[in-house]
Design a protein around this ligand. Structure first.
Ligand code: PMP
Length: 293
């Protein structure tokens, strides 16, 4: 991924080496920070309203003093796209509770949030992983109880992805009390043998994915259920995939040692990829002909 030359920090557009954050920043000391990752295609943010709505909710749940205005956040995203000449990739935004030159568990009421954003250019749609699918392993979900808040406290997920990498897989699906919660950085979906699409219902146990909601709004006549499923049900499924703003609709063709379906992305996954890419404004025939097969 190529980081754009310009980043945004506290109202200014700077080159990355110019951007400096206090070591007392509570994002650094406590992971007292929330974030968003928004997909960019054809120079435009996709599902921006959803990301802003979730950001507002995350900021509200942590009760930040003087949170940034959402319309300014949206304008800043557009400006970063222009300054970095970004056509396809993503924008990372982080808002921490800020710094005040000391460390206390409870911050003074008047801290000013630190707002930081940067762009990453990368292929979102036509990747080997989107074409061929990925392998995932299952790991224990060792996270805290408020996974509905999109905080930068991501150690459990980085460990899960590291374990996946060591196992030769590209992702980890996290399991709690015998049920899949979600992927390490994506929502988890299966297509059952009865052709029912299943993804876990929204609760504090998972992040309410913006891509998940966007996919649900485009399911048309497909049968769909929101409920938890076990790793065994996923392994016995016809198809599996995950959804996220950074990997869009990602086929999962193996879970642990079990191949899912015939080990290639299935027709339902392909139809959902197609619908999603079209909604982003992509000419699927031109940029992802494999999704039409
Ligand atoms: N779950 C987790 C744990 C995530 O980290 C993410 C992406 N950051 C998602 C789900 C997917 O959310 P979205 O579709 O909004 O990217």
């Amino acid at each position: 991924m190529a980081v754009g030359d310009f980043v945004f920090l506290d109202g200014a557009y700077l080159t990355a080496p110019e951007a400096r954050i206090s070591p007392f920043d509570r994002g650094f000391l406590f992971a007292d920070a929330v974030y968003e990752v928004t997909a960019v295609y054809d120079g435009k943010c996709f599902d921006m309203d959803g990301h802003l709505t979730r950001l507002k909710r995350s900021l509200g749940e942590l009760a930040f003093d003087a949170p940034p205005a959402l319309d300014q956040i949206a304008e800043m995203h557009a400006e970063l796209i222009v300054r970095n000449n970004l056509t396809e990739g993503q924008i990372y935004l982080q808002v921490s509770r800020g710094a005040y030159g000391d460390r206390d568990f409870v911050a003074p009421a008047s801290t000013v949030p630190t707002v930081f954003a940067f762009t990453q250019a990368k292929q979102l749609i036509d990747t080997a992983a989107s074409r061929n699918g990925i392998r995932a392993i299952t790991v224990d979900d060792i996270r805290w109880g408020r996974r509905d808040i999109k905080t930068t406290q991501l150690l459990a997920q980085t460990l899960a992805k590291q374990t996946a990498k060591q196992a030769g897989a590209q992702d980890a699906w996290m399991v709690e009390e015998g049920l899949v919660t979600e992927g390490a950085s994506a929502n988890a979906w299966i297509v059952t043998q009865d052709d029912v699409l299943v993804t876990r219902q929204i609760s504090n146990s998972i992040l309410s994915g913006i891509t998940r909601a966007s996919v649900i709004s485009r399911l048309g006549n497909l049968h769909f259920e929101e409920r938890a499923f076990t790793p065994d049900e996923a392994k016995a499924a016809k198809e599996a995939f995950s959804t996220s703003a950074s990997a869009l609709v990602m086929p999962v063709v193996q879970l642990d040692d079990t191949q899912i379906g015939d080990g290639t992305p299935g027709p339902v996954t392909r139809s959902i990829q197609r619908a999603y890419y079209e909604a982003m404004g992509a000419n699927v025939q031109a940029v992802a002909p494999w999704a039409l097969a």
